[in-house]
Ligand binder design. Structure first.
Ligand code: MG
Length: 441
């Protein structure tokens, strides 16, 4: 039931009041005495918060309710309010009919496998510990969490000029971003700022396609950059002053190179571009690769020499600040950089872009094929990483072979610094997959 992003699903079938009630009971029964609860803008959010809160209180936990806030605001509030855990009712960038529940620890990190398993076991066995009538938890409203988060952001950046920024909230919970940028002295225009869980302005996931209006507005208004969040504002992506979408790997490289120095490491998933390695190697740093997903990047970011973690979906982590991907902080950090360096397009220009090729091969037994592949590549190559699928580094670049999470497909990604190199790497990877499939039949 619990994935790395918590529970997510269709409201009324998978994501019900009953599920929320049980999660509340389970979280409190695990000994969390004070729990911060927030939600995104979805219409079903209040109903689910009510059910969750009832479960928490019934099993003795006090509930600190923060209302509609960005996910990083809630995650940071756990520590700030001296609570034991945090819960955000959100389905992130999913479409309006969905909702979900994500659980947070005091360090700003999502619940790891052990704590998730414990909750899941209680849900499965219906094992909850309700308290006596006179020991029920109380429900209190907390209003200062956004202010506290904003204060942290203001302390973390230094903006001298008066950059002109357009912020596309996608009707989500990221209102903290335009307000904080304005406090920092920016000229701010907001797009899709009205909170609306039907997401009428654009789909909630920020992509090059869904940010076309933002791109046009930045160019027309002659702004310095455009910022966009997903529905719960843990993600941040950007467009430059010419209205061009900033490639996600380039954004990762820009943030990474700014914070890293000699000997530091940057955490990024296995499918991250070589351009990031090259950009950070210029400052003497290196990339440590993780499984795909911001939770795995956050986990790696707890290691002492990791100064930044980036998941190219738009999740950026500065472990010194918080282990939760913090979209509003990332927005302020990018504006700071642009203010300091002149233009975002010039920053993007400094990052190389290498040719990448992707394909999918159908395979009914995708898992078994990838397992077979693991054995075969070990004999053939020196530099093999089997953390998530099979990633092989070769002279010309790298390739990654993974089983699709949802379809009977094997996904192949290859990247090289040159076109001719890419052809060789891609051929090598696809041949390896087809040989492995053939040998099984
Ligand atoms: Mg999100």
């Amino acid at each position: 039931m619990f994935g790395t992003s918590g529970i997510r699903g269709r409201v009324g079938t998978e994501m019900t009041a009953e599920v929320a009630l049980s999660v509340g009971r389970a979280v409190a029964s695990e000994g969390n005495r004070t729990v911060v609860v927030g939600r995104d803008v979805r219409q079903s959010g209040r109903m689910l918060v009510d059910a969750l809160t009832a479960g928490l209180r019934e099993c003795g936990a006090d509930v600190l309710e923060v209302g509609v806030e960005s996910t990083p605001t809630v995650a940071r509030a756990v520590n700030l309010l001296d609570a034991d855990a945090g819960v955000v009712v959100t389905a992130s960038h999913n479409p309006p009919p969905d909702n979900g529940i994500k659980l947070w620890t005091r360090s700003g990190k999502a619940f790891g496998p052990d704590r998730r398993d414990a909750i899941e076991r209680r849900l499965r066995d219906g094992e909850f510990d309700p308290v006596a009538w006179d020991e029920l938890g109380v429900r209190r409203r907390c209003d200062r969490t956004r202010e506290a988060h904003a204060e942290r952001i203001v302390e973390a950046v230094d903006i001298d000029g008066r950059p002109d920024v357009v912020v596309d909230l996608g009707n989500g919970a990221g209102a903290i971003t335009p307000a904080t940028l304005a406090d920092l002295g920016c000229r701010v225009r907001t797009l899709n700022g009205q909170q609306d869980g039907a997401f009428p302005g654009r789909p909630s996931e920020p992509t090059e396609e869904t940010l076309e209006t933002l791109a046009a507005l930045v160019e027309r208004a002659d702004a310095d950059l455009g910022i966009a969040h997903d529905g719960d504002a843990d993600r941040m992506l950007a467009v430059d002053e010419t209205g061009r979408f900033v490639p996600k790997d380039a954004l990762l490289a820009i943030f990474a190179r700014t914070v890293a120095s000699d000997g530091d490491r940057i955490a990024a998933p296995v499918d991250t571009s070589l351009a990031v390695d090259d950009a950070v190697s210029e400052v003497g740093a290196s990339v440590t690769r993780t499984r795909v997903g911001d939770v795995f990047v956050a986990e790696r970011a707890t290691e002492s020499d990791v100064v930044f973690g980036g998941e190219p979906s738009g999740a950026w982590i500065w472990p010194e600040e918080t282990l939760c991907p913090d979209g509003p902080l990332a927005a302020a950090k990018l504006v700071e950089l642009v203010d300091e360096r002149g233009s975002l397009s010039a920053l993007v220009e400094e990052i190389d872009r290498y040719p990448i090729e992707r394909t999918s091969v159908s395979a009914a037994e995708k898992g078994a094929v990838v397992d077979d592949l693991r054995g075969r590549v070990d004999d053939r190559y020196d530099d093999v990483d089997t953390l998530d699928g099979v990633r092989v580094e070769v002279e010309d670049g790298w390739f990654l072979i993974r089983a699709s999470g949802t379809e009977p497909l094997i996904r192949v990604t290859a990247e090289s610094r040159t076109d001719s190199g890419l052809e060789r790497v891609f051929d090598e990877a696809t041949t390896l997959v087809s040989e492995t499939i053939d040998r099984r039949t």
